[in-house]
Every structure is written in structure tokens, then in C-alpha cells.
Design a protein around this ligand. Structure first.
Ligand SMILES: N[C@@H](CCC(=O)N[C@@H](CS)C(=O)NCC(=O)O)C(=O)O
Length: 211
């Protein structure tokens, strides 16, 4: 398999975590989201991903998967061991809800394209952009903090899809100096992940294109 990704993209980080937790290795193809106006927008990459975003996963038979939630669900369905979703349907829905808060309600509001539009099209300066993303990350994390458990990973001793989404979101929050004092459960997961080999291998700082 081949993974098109950018080292500090949260959605790329998610997919790398899921791959690492399942013990899968991939050939990494870095896509630089900034250089030259963004390699993701160039025609050669749009053949792979018409939306012009990372990540994209190319399977060994040539099939191309895009959108991190779809890629992670694919990995869960095809490589079910270890599972990243609980067996119980109610618990599965709870795990997916946390993933959706981050994937649907937080990340799109601070994706690099969104922030570039706020600055370029709507005249926001750096302080306004930081206030904007702090507002939405704090809003999402307040809900996540209330929904996850008080020990271990988000829903027990082993990581689930919820942790696959939470950990990259914490990385982005730290990158933009979003205060995390009010989220001790989320910070506990960050600490656990920092000592877990799969999360370590997937971390942005350990990618070949890290700057
Ligand atoms: N919902 C998509 C979002 C993908 C996405 O927005 N990726 C960002 C990096 S985290 C990107 O490629 N941004 C470049 C751009 O918008 O031009 C997913 O989860 O895969």
C-alpha cells in the first residue's frame, strides 16, 4: 500500500496511527501542503485525489481510497485484528461519536485551506485566526472530555478509533497554543499515546518529510 500524506496534517496522522496499530506498513509519498502553493493542488496529485487533499491510500491492486474516515473504516473492516471499534453496538456508536466531533465538527474549521481562506478572502489576521481555531477546538474538546472515560484510553485500556482522532487533534491544538488545562482526560490520552509505539511511529516528528 502507498500513503500520500503530509507530516503535520492531522488527517494523515490519523491514518498513520490506524495503520501502525494494525501493524501495517506502507510506502509513504509526502505531499507538501505549502511548498509552491501546495503540491496537493497540482494536476499530478489531483489524479490521485480529485479533492486535492491528503491523505490518500493506494491499495496494492491500484484502488485509491480518500477521506481519512473512509480509509480508517476500510482498515477496520479488512484488517480487523486488533479491533479499533468495540464489539458492542452502543459502544461503537459512542466511539464513532467522538471521532465525528473531531472529524466533522472541529477539523474542517481549522484545515489549512479554511485558514488560508479566512486570511486571504475574509481579511482575518493571525490573532483572529488563532481565536477562531481556539474557539472551535475548545468547543469540540469540551464535548469530548465529557464523553470519554476517566482512565486508560478514551474507552478503555486499548486504543480505539476515538483515540485515533483525539491524539492528532491534541497535536494541532498544541501547535496553535490552544489552552488544554480544562481537559485532563484528553491530556491523559496524550500522555498514554506518547508512550505507545504505534502512536510514536505515526507521530509527525517521526515522518521522513518532517521539517
Ligand atoms: N475530511 C478529510 C479532510 C482532509 C483534509 O482537509 N486534509 C488537509 C490536511 S489535514 C488538507 O489536505 N489540506 C489542504 C488543503 O485544504 O488545501 C479527511 O478526513 O481526510
Amino acid at each position: 500500500m502507498k500513503l500520500y500524506a503530509y507530516w503535520r496534517s492531522g488527517t494523515s496522522f490519523r491514518v498513520r496511527i490506524a495503520l501502525a496499530l494494525k501493524g501495517l506498513s506502507v510506502d509513504l509519498v509526502p505531499v507538501h501542503l505549502v511548498r509552491g502553493g501546495g503540491e496537493q493542488k497540482q494536476p499530478a496529485y489531483r489524479v490521485v485525489n480529485p479533492q486535492g487533499r491528503v491523505p490518500s491510500l493506494v491499495l496494492d491492486d491500484g484502488a485509491i481510497l480518500t477521506q481519512s474516515p473512509a480509509i480508517i473504516e476500510y482498515l477496520e473492516e479488512v484488517y480487523s485484528d486488533p479491533p479499533l471499534l468495540p464489539a458492542n453496538p452502543v459502544m461503537r456508536a459512542k466511539v464513532r461519536a467522538v471521532a465525528a466531533i473531531i472529524g466533522c465538527d472541529v477539523h474542517p474549521l481549522h484545515n489549512s485551506g479554511t485558514l488560508a481562506a479566512l486570511k486571504g478572502q475574509f481579511g482575518a489576521d493571525d490573532a483572529a485566526v488563532n481565536a477562531w481555531l481556539t474557539r472551535w477546538i475548545t468547543d469540540g474538546f469540551s464535548a469530548v472530555e465529557a464523553l470519554i472515560g476517566g482512565e486508560g484510553f478514551a474507552f478503555g485500556p486499548e486504543p480505539t478509533v476515538a483515540d485515533v482522532y483525539i491524539v492528532p487533534q491534541v497535536y494541532t491544538a498544541r501547535r496553535f497554543n490552544v489552552p488544554l488545562e480544562d481537559f485532563p482526560r484528553i491530556r491523559r490520552i496524550e500522555t498514554l499515546a506518547s508512550g505507545h509505539p504505534a502512536f510514536q511511529a505515526a507521530h509527525p516528528s517521526n515522518q521522513p518529510d518532517a521539517e
